[in-house]
Design a protein around this ligand. Structure first.
Ligand code: ADP
Ligand code: MG
Length: 659
C-alpha cells in the first residue's frame, strides 16, 4: 500500500506499544479474542436477518473458519457475520471502542511488568493479534453493502483503510502475518488445543483448514474439519460443563478477563420455558457508576441473540450481572421497546432477581471467603453501593437487600450486618441507630455519637453516597426503626447504662432556660433553634436538623451538585454539663461580660460547623476570635503571668471558660 498510514488514537498507541513489545506468557489468547469477535458478528447478523432476510443472500449458515497457511506463515480468522464498512473499521479498530480495553488504559502505569499483568486481567480485544503478528490485515464487507474494505497495520506506525480490489464475501477475515517467534501457531494441533480450551462455548461451528507448506504433503490432520461442538453452552446440562468452560464463557460475555465470583445456571420448564447462565463478577468494572451503563445480560430467543442490556430484564441495581437469558416463549420479531414491557420478560425478571438474591445470600453466609475468593465483605465493598440502590424501590426486595448489606460500625473497625447488630442491642433499645457522613473513619469521632457511646449503644456509620437516599425511604428492618443521630431530638433514657454524671445536672432548670434564651439572642438568625442536648458527652455543642428535615449528608450532597446556596439553618444543641457552657451560664447577668458571651457563642457555633464539614460563613473572623481566646488562655496558664493587664475590653473570662 502506498498511502501514508493514519496514526492510531493516542490510547490505542499506548496499548499497542505494550502488546507488540510484550513477552506475555499466554499469547494464545489472541485466538480467543478474534473468535469471540467473529461469534459476536454472527450473532448480530443473525438477529438483523430476522427482519431483513435478504441480508443473508445465498449464505444462511453462520460459521467461523480458521485458515492456516504454513508456507506463507499466515493465520486467518474468517466469519460470515455482520462485517464492517469503512467507518466501522476506522472507529472499531482505530480507537478504543471496547470498555475492557478502556479500563486497561485507565490502569496503565508505564511500568512494564505491572502493565503486562494487566493484560492478563483485562485483555485487549482485537489488539491481542499484535502479540503474535507483525502485520494484521482485515478484509471486511458489511452485510447488504456492495463494497469491501481493507484495513492493515503493523501495530506501530498506524493503519490504512482502502477499498478492496475485488469484492470480498460478506463478513470479516482477519489475517495475521506471524512473527518469527510465533511458529507454535503454525502447528494445527496447537491451534486445535487453544480453541478447545477457550472457545468450547461458542455456539457457531469453528472449522480449521490447513494449507501445507511447499513440499509438505497433506496429512489427515490437515483436512478441513469442525473443532468445537457448536452448541450454546447454556443449553447443555451443567454437570457436563467444566469450570474452565464456564469461566471462558464469562470472559466472552463480560468482555473481561477476571474470574466470576459466582455463577447461576438455570433451566426453567413449565408455564414458561427459559434458561439463563449468569455471572456475578468479582471486581467492579470501571464504568459501574456511569449513568449510561446497562446490565450485561444478553437476551436470546430460541438460541438467537436478540438484544443486550434490556432494562426490563434486570433492574439497574443488578447492573453488574453478566450472562445470557434464552427464552422459548418470546416472539423473535419484536422491537426492543415492545420487549421492554413484555409480560414474559417481566416474569423472567422476577425469577432472576429472586434467584440472584438467593445466590448472594448463600455467598454472604460463608463470610470467610473460599480459597482465593474474596470474602463477602470485600465483595460488598465493590458492589454494595449498587445493590443498595435497590432499597430505593418500593417492594419485596428491600428486606432481602438489607439482610445482605454490611455496614461500618462504632463497635470495631470491621463490618457488621443488621442481624448481628440486632443481636447486640442493649437493654431497652428498640431502634437501629445510624449516622451518615462522608467517611466512616471521621464519623467515628463525631460528637453526635458521644452519648450513645457512653451508654454502650452501637451506631452504624453510613458513608456511601446512596445511604442518605435510602434512609429517607426505608423505615425499618425487622420491625426496628432506623434512627439517624443527626436528626430530631435524641433521648436515650432507659436505654443501656446511663453514665453516672448524667444523673446530676450541672445547671438547674431555670439556669438552663436562661442559657438557652441567651444563646438564641447571641446567635439570632444564624440558627433555627438552640436547645440543650442529650446526645453529647465530651463536646460542647453540635448541629442537628429537625426530625423530618432531609438528612444533612443528603442535603450537603444535593447542595454540592445543585445551584450555589447557603446551608439551611440548623439547630444548635449544647452540652449542659460541659465546663464551657457552665461557665457561660455564669456570665449571664454580668453586663461587662456580655460581649464576651456573644463571642463565645459564635465560636461554639463555628466549631460545630467545622465538625459537620459545613463551610464557615466567615473563616477569618473565626480564626481571630479563636486566636484571642487561646492567647488569653495561654496567658493565664503561664506561671509568671500573675495579674497581667487585660487588653480586651470584654473583660476576663473565668478560668474554666478558657478551657
Ligand atoms: P470488543 O469485542 O470487546 O468490543 P474488540 O477490540 O475485540 O472489542 O473489538 C472492537 C470492535 O471491533 C468490536 O466491538 C466490533 O464492533 C468490531 N469487530 C471486531 N472484530 C469484528 C468482526 N470479526 N466482525 C465485525 N466487527 C468486528
Ligand atoms: Mg472482542
Amino acid at each position: 500500500m502506498s498511502a501514508t498510514p493514519k496514526p492510531f488514537e493516542a490510547d490505542v498507541g499506548r496499548v499497542l506499544d505494550i502488546v507488540v513489545n510484550s513477552l506475555y506468557r499466554h499469547r494464545e489468547v489472541f485466538l480467543r479474542e478474534l473468535i469471540s469477535n467473529a461469534s459476536d458478528a454472527c450473532d448480530r447478523l443473525r438477529y438483523l436477518s430476522l427482519s431483513e432476510p435478504e441480508l443473508l443472500g445465498e449464505d444462511p449458515e453462520f460459521r467461523i473458519e480458521i485458515l492456516l497457511d504454513r508456507g506463507k506463515r499466515l493465520i486467518t480468522v474468517r466469519d460470515n457475520g455482520i462485517g464492517m464498512n469503512r467507518e466501522e473499521l476506522e472507529r472499531n479498530l482505530g480507537t478504543i471502542a471496547r470498555s475492557g480495553t478502556a479500563r486497561f488504559v485507565a490502569e496503565l502505569t508505564g511500568e512494564r511488568t505491572r502493565d503486562l499483568e494487566l493484560i492478563g486481567r483485562f485483555g485487549v480485544g482485537f489488539y491481542a493479534a499484535f502479540m503474535v503478528a507483525d502485520r494484521v490485515v482485515v478484509v471486511s464487507r458489511r452485510a447488504g453493502e456492495e463494497r469491501g474494505w481493507v484495513w492493515a497495520s503493523d501495530g506501530r506506525s498506524g493503519y490504512l483503510v482502502e477499498e478492496a480490489e475485488t469484492v470480498p464475501p460478506r463478513g470479516t477475515a482477519v489475517t495475521l502475518h506471524l512473527k518469527a517467534d510465533a511458529d507454535e501457531f503454525l502447528n494445527p494441533l496447537r491451534i486445535e488445543e487453544v480453541i478447545r480450551r477457550y472457545c468450547d462455548h461458542i455456539a457457531f461451528p469453528i472449522f480449521l483448514e490447513v494449507e501445507p507448506a511447499a513440499g509438505e504433503s497433506r496429512t489427515s490432520l490437515q483436512q478441513r474439519r469442525q473443532i468445537n461442538r457448536a452448541s450454546a453452552i447454556w443449553t447443555r446440562p451443567p454437570q457436563e460443563i467444566s469450570d474452565e468452560a464456564y469461566v471462558e464463557f464469562y470472559r466472552h460475555v463480560a468482555h473481561s478477563f477476571d474470574r466470576p465470583y459466582a455463577r447461576l445456571h438455570l433451566r426453567m420448564e413449565g408455564q414458561l420455558a427459559w434458561s439463563a447462565l449468569l455471572f456475578i463478577p468479582e471486581r467492579r468494572p470501571f464504568d459501574l457508576f456511569d449513568p449510561h451503563r446497562r446490565h450485561g445480560v444478553r437476551l436470546y430467543v430460541r438460541r438467537v441473540f436478540v438484544t443486550d442490556g434490556l432494562e426490563g430484564l434486570l433492574p439497574r441495581w443488578l447492573r453488574f450481572v453478566v450472562g445470557v437469558v434464552d427464552s422459548e416463549d418470546l416472539p423473535l420479531n419484536v422491537s426492543r421497546e415492545t420487549l421492554q414491557h413484555d409480560a414474559v420478560v417481566a416474569k423472567i425478571r422476577r425469577t432472576l432477581i429472586r434467584r440472584i438474591l438467593d445466590e448472594l445470600a448463600r455467598l454472604a453466609q460463608r463470610e470467610g471467603g473460599e480459597g482465593e475468593r474474596p470474602s463477602w465483605s470485600d465483595w460488598w465493598c465493590e458492589f454494595g453501593p449498587v445493590l443498595k440502590e435497590g432499597l430505593l424501590e418500593e417492594g419485596e426486595w428491600r428486606e432481602r437487600i438489607l439482610a445482605l448489606a454490611r455496614f461500618r460500625t462504632t463497635r470495631d473497625e470491621g463490618w457488621t450486618d443488621l442481624d448481628s447488630y440486632l443481636s447486640r442491642m442493649v437493654k431497652g433499645q428498640k431502634a437501629i441507630y445510624v449516622l451518615t457522613g462522608e467517611d466512616a473513619a471521621s464519623l467515628r469521632h463525631h460528637p453526635q455519637l458521644e452519648a450513645a457511646r457512653a451508654r454502650g449503644i452501637e451506631v452504624l456509620l453510613l458513608d456511601d453516597a446512596v445511604d442518605p437516599f435510602w434512609l429517607e425511604r426505608v423505615e425499618s428492618y425487622k420491625g426496628h426503626r432506623f434512627v439517624s443521630l443527626a436528626k430530631g431530638e435524641v433521648d436515650f433514657a432507659g436505654i443501656g447504662e446511663a453514665p453516672r454524671e448524667e444523673a446530676e445536672p450541672a445547671l438547674a432548670a431555670g439556669e438552663l432556660a436562661k442559657l438557652t434564651a441567651r444563646l438564641k439572642s447571641a446567635l439570632g438568625e444564624e440558627v433555627a433553634d438552640v436547645r440543650p442536648s442529650r446526645r453529647l458527652a465530651d463536646s460542647p455543642a453540635c448541629l442537628v436538623v429537625p426530625e423530618y428535615a432531609p438528612d444533612p449528608a443528603l442535603e450537603r450532597l444535593l447542595r454540592r451538585h445543585g445551584p450555589v446556596s447557603p446551608p439551611p439553618r440548623r439547630i444548635l444543641e449544647y452540652n449542659p454539663r460541659h465546663p464551657l457552657l457552665v461557665a457561660m451560664a455564669g456570665m449571664i447577668g454580668d453586663a461587662r461580660r456580655s460581649l464576651e458571651f456573644d463571642e463565645l457563642a459564635r465560636l461554639l457555633l463555628d466549631q460545630a460547623r467545622v465538625v459537620e464539614g459545613e463551610p464557615l460563613p466567615d473563616p477569618g473572623a473565626f480564626a481571630r476570635r479563636l486566636g484571642r481566646f487561646l492567647a488569653r488562655a495561654v496567658d493565664r496558664a503561664a506561671p509568671t503571668a500573675g495579674d497581667a493587664p487585660q487588653a480586651d475590653a470584654a473583660g476576663a473570662a473565668s478560668p474554666e471558660g478558657g478551657r
